[in-house]
Design a protein around this ligand. Sequence first.
Ligand code: FES
Length: 93
Amino acid sequence: MPKVHITTDNLTLDVKDGYALIDMCEEHDTSILFGCRDGACGACMVKIVKGAENISPIQDDEKDFLETMAAEPNERLACQCKVYGDVTLEVSE
Ligand code: FES
């Protein structure tokens, strides 16, 4: 069972394989914020510290949006991510 460690909250959660980060955050109290839930607002941006290969691949729409936000290469939109293995992330500032 994959583990998601959120350094910002000092919290580690076990999730089902293929589980959406947004669903995980709805079930637990985390500091990841959500707005549009559709990859269009940037409220849910997180930095993947470890395990980027265990997150669903980035799609063109998310990539384009992150480029317009001048995001760092390890940043993703949590609302667009599913988890397939251990991941460590922190909330982007
Ligand atoms: S909640 Fe708006 S981009 Fe993720």
